[in-house]
Design a protein around this ligand. Structure first.
Ligand SMILES: Cc1cc2nc3c(=O)[nH]c(=O)nc-3n(C[C@H](O)[C@H](O)[C@H](O)COP(=O)(O)OP(=O)(O)OC[C@H]3O[C@@H](n4cnc5c(N)ncnc54)[C@H](O)[C@@H]3O)c2cc1C
Length: 443
């Protein structure tokens, strides 16, 4: 049985662990009527890495990592970012883009075209991919390069953000960024209302490589959306704290502590948000901070995704252009009215999207991500209404987080979906590569 990070909609599949390209090609050639799909580390929230009734490929054996003299990385698609980070830091480099957890694979980062706290400066992961090797449904291993033929480039672009539906990525070459130390110089601003949070972010973007805000959607009135804005930049040689070393990859250090009341009780959620807000300094500038807690605060807490109990949870994440900025407040208001137990609500700025990739999520403007429990009928209806408003605002939902949208919502949010379908039909006319997400959303 496989499920996503949110624990919803599990489905049963036959999981295969090919050790070589030949074995991988043989499994793809043998795919039955329910097809085949690669699964990375299962960190997508919904059903993207599932293929109920079919075959699921685990490419953990494809995990070699090489750093070239110019700082590029050549990595097997099954390599986990947590293993890459120390290797890169030893050479004074860092990942060009990293999501909020380092326990994802290179293949998963490519397939979701993941974004980080630096989207406004460095775009999404796909922007840094120089070439990738893709095993397609006909058993061919194709090397897709930035300067390849137009057909190769179309397939490359569709694969970046293509949620595993164009084939199995086996190896990726991508660029890295300089990181002279393992420290980030962090500016922290605690802001008492949402307008201040958003103004600080819009204004600080130009000056910092990384920016993110945690906002509190649980307080009422004028303080709704108060938050902690953090900006960061790699510390230059001499400015970092020499004691900062990225912790070695491994198991998280602490688990979710036992709580005196149910973690879903509104008092527990409100107390958590209050403590998180108060813990932050009102204003602190250029504080050398170890890299791991800055980029991956949640990785230190094992099993937090079990907070929501057996019915699981989902993450509601949308992007809207600047003209739709009001959706941020509207979403917080509507979820607060329903007393949604929202622990960590994250707001980021996006720079321009990568239009060449039809299913890539980011677009210039804002993105908000809220964890919400699954299987609550009133909440489900509220999210459906929010979907409509996100679309009216010119926005879209993130496929890597989704487990509940309907096909029309995705088609409206991704106007280039037909272009994606055309590439997919060309490369895989029989739909050999398929997922629960693709079936649900008619991708
Ligand atoms: C705590 C947390 C924080 C997160 N923060 C962010 C964030 O800040 N930004 C962001 O963009 N995302 C974020 N995510 C989402 C996560 O980065 C993506 O879902 C990512 O795709 C997960 O990678 P994975 O290796 O676990 O892939 P899986 O979840 O296993 O698979 C995701 C998709 O990738 C495909 N895939 C995986 N490997 C391959 C391959 N070799 N070839 C072809 N297709 C493949 C799968 O078929 C599936 O469609 C976060 C997730 C968590 C749990």
């Amino acid at each position: 049985m496989l499920h996503g990070w949110g624990g919803t909609a599990p489905s049963r599949a036959h999981v295969v662990h090919p050790g070589t390209l030949e074995e991988l090609a043989a499994v793809v050639a043998d795919a039955g009527p329910r097809g085949v799909l690669v699964r990375g580390a299962g960190r997508s929230y919904g059903d993207a890495a599932q293929n109920g009734g079919g075959t699921v490929l685990d490419l953990s054996a494809f995990s070699s990592v090489r750093v070239l003299d110019d700082g590029d990385v050549v990595a097997g698609a099954g390599a986990v970012l947590a293993h890459l980070v120390p290797v890169l830091l030893r050479r004074g480099r860092f990942l060009p883009v990293t999501p909020g957890t380092r326990y994802v694979t290179v293949g998963g980062a490519v397939a979701a075209d993941v974004h980080g706290k630096n989207h406004h400066v460095d775009s999404s992961f796909g922007a840094h991919v120089r070439r990738l090797d893709l095993l397609t449904a006909d058993g061919t291993l194709r090397r897709l390069c930035r300067d390849g033929s137009p057909a190769e480039q179309r397939l490359l672009d569709a694969t970046l953000g293509g949620m595993g539906l164009t084939g199995a990525v086996t190896e990726v070459q991508f660029g890295t960024v300089p990181a002279p130390t393992a420290s980030i110089l962090v500016d922290t601003h605690r802001a008492d209302d949402l307008d201040t949070v958003m103004a600080l972010m819009a204004e600080g973007d130009d000056r910092h490589r990384y920016s993110v805000a945690w906002v509190d959607g649980t307080v009422a009135g004028a303080r709704l959306g108060r938050g902690v804005v953090t900006f960061g930049d790699h510390a230059p040689e001499g400015d970092g704290d020499p004691r900062h070393r990225t912790p070695p990859p491994g198991e998280p250090r602490v688990g979710v502590p036992p709580l005196p009341v149910s973690p879903l009780h509104r008092h527990a959620v409100a107390a958590f948000n209050e403590a998180w807000f108060r813990r932050a300094p009102r204003r602190r500038i250029a504080e050398p901070t170890p890299l791991a807690p800055f980029f991956y605060p949640l990785d230190a807490v094992g099993g937090w995704n079990r907070l929501y109990g057996p019915s699981g949870f989902l993450q509601y994440q949308f992007a809207v252009p600047d003209s739709g900025a009001a959706m941020v407040r509207r979403t917080l208001e509507q979820l607060r009215a329903l007393r949604v137990p929202a622990y960590l609500t994250v707001l980021k700025r996006f720079g321009p999207g990568r239009d060449a990739s039809p299913l890539s999520f980011p677009m210039a403007g804002w993105t908000l991500a809220v964890d919400v429990p699954a299987r609550d009928a009133a909440l489900a209806r509220a999210l459906d209404r929010l979907d409509e408003q996100v679309l009216e605002a010119g926005g879209r939902l993130y496929l890597a987080k989704d487990s509940r949208a309907v096909p029309a919502t995705i088609a409206a949010g991704y106007p280039q979906l037909d272009r994606f379908r055309a590439v997919r039909r060309d490369v895989d006319p029989d739909g050999v590569f398929v997922s629960d997400l693709a079936r649900r959303l008619d991708l």
